[in-house]
Design a protein around this ligand. Structure first.
Ligand code: GLC
Length: 434
């Protein structure tokens, strides 16, 4: 049986910390109605009303290689696809159900094509698997907190066999862990109320996953959801503990530490608009500059950011999402060194922006210029070695101007006469620490 080993934990999660930036993809039947992945639950939709989306699922524009290229060009280092979401529809060719993409007019195993394409582009790959299953007859209906038929007499639970559902759920996870090659990450979703840990037979499930996929990284949602931290936080990890915390649509005010004060791994999962699954009416896409700064904020606090795209009913990334990925990618191509493998600087946050750090290299992310020489509080001048503008290698001298002579202990940098920063989003200065 699994026992937590911190050295092994640090070894298996090293790639995750190095990667820092991932792509989340929520795709499935819900892309056809275009009202989000919770549409069945939100609209109390019976199977009969949802079935037409199964019968009509034929995303002719789906091209996993196109998705993979877009992710690679955005500077993303790993990607996670919904293999099965709460509606129970499987994007993989499960032998345990007919409710799968292979049985729709589309007739293909989307998970396999996703894994092949993203591995081909050199990204680490993960699968999202919903512990909830609103399609399976043995999953609780009436009285469940979220099931589409939770209030419906048709959802009576007589005859539903929870152990039979667990055999199904564990069997599917076994299929994913044995039929699709090496997986780097398993993103379970989600625990709620008494539907947590032992209820899922989570110790057995996590043990199976870790045995079949040695070195795989697990998230913390066999224990919690986007709310709650899980047992790694308490310092007494259960056998089904997550390897990282999963704050959702937010960034923790500070980095996360466990009860003993040790830094915890975490990953903010972030939507590009406000929706995970394709939502036609949700045009509120976050500007790329904001998302770049949020990625830097995550890294500056010791976390990752996984950014979501919800492909539409044709299987294509929506145009605004593609544009945003491309814009992020242009910035990452010049400045990714200040993200990958970086973490907190253990310095006070500078007025002008943020710090990230990797070993003796400090990155100052300048969002706003100073009136003159740029102050870098908290950084003693005798620790400052070579300073360059990361994007073009231009040297940046330490200022000797009289205007800051009253502050001899503060390091000021001379960015030159132009008040307009080279990068209107985030001009990164590379500071070698002596
Ligand atoms: C929440 C949403 C779920 C989504 C997940 C991604 O749990 O309910 O639909 O897949 O967040 O983090």
């Amino acid at each position: 049986m699994y026992r937590f080993d911190r050295k092994e934990y640090e070894r298996r999660t090293a790639w995750f910390t190095q990667a820092r930036f991932g792509l989340f993809i929520h795709f499935g039947l819900y892309a056809l109605p275009g009202r989000g992945e919770w549409v069945r639950s939100d609209e109390r939709m019976p199977e009969s009303a949802y079935r037409p989306f199964f019968d009509g699922f034929d995303p002719a524009g789906f091209d996993a290689r196109d998705w993979a290229r877009a992710a690679k060009e955005a500077g993303m280092r790993y990607a996670v696809l919904t293999a099965k979401h709460h509606d129970g529809f499987c994007l993989f060719d499960s032998a345990l159900t007919d409710y799968k993409s292979a049985n729709t007019p589309f007739g293909r195993d989307i998970v396999r094509e996703f894994l092949d394409a993203f591995r081909e582009e050199g990204l680490k790959v993960g699968l999202y698997y919903s512990l909830l299953d609103w399609h399976h007859p043995d999953y609780p209906h009436r009285g469940d907190r979220y099931h589409p038929l939770r209030d419906d007499p048709a959802g009576e639970n007589a005859g539903r066999d929870w152990e039979r559902y667990l055999r199904y759920m564990h069997g599917q996870v076994r299929e994913l862990c044995t039929s699709y090659g090496r997986l780097d990450l398993m993103w379970f979703d989600f625990s709620y109320g008494d539907m947590t840990g032992p209820k899922w037979r989570a110790a057995e499930l996590a043990d199976m996953v870790r045995t079949l996929q040695p070195g795989i990284v697990l998230n913390n949602r066999l224990e919690v959801s986007g709310e709650g931290f899980g047992s790694l936080y308490t310092g007494e990890p259960t056998a089904w503990h997550g390897d990282f915390i999963t704050p959702e649509k937010m960034i923790p005010p500070e980095g996360l530490r466990d009860a003993a004060g040790r830094p915890l791994l975490w990953e903010s999962c972030v939507t590009m608009n406000n929706s995970w699954g394709y939502t036609r009416a949700d045009g509120y896409y976050k500007p790329a500059p904001l998302l770049i700064k949020k990625l830097v904020e995550c890294v500056s606090k010791g976390g990752n950011m996984i950014l979501n795209v919800g492909p539409d009913g044709t299987g294509r990334f929506p145009a605004p999402a593609r544009r945003t990925l491309a814009e992020i990618g242009r910035w990452m191509a010049r400045n990714g060194e200040s993200v990958y493998g970086c973490g907190p600087a253990d310095l006070p946050k500078p007025d002008c922006g943020r710090f990230t750090r990797r070993g003796n290299t400090l990155y100052l992310h300048v969002y706003e210029n100073a009136l003159g020489p740029l102050p870098v509080p908290g950084l003693e001048k005798d620790r400052v070695g070579a300073v360059t503008c990361l994007a073009d290698g231009r040297p940046v001298p330490v200022s000797a101007s009289w205007v800051h002579s009253d502050y001899p202990d503060v390091c000021f940098l001379d960015l030159g006469p132009d008040p307009v920063l080279p990068d209107g989003t985030d001009t990164v200065l590379r500071i070698e620490l002596a």
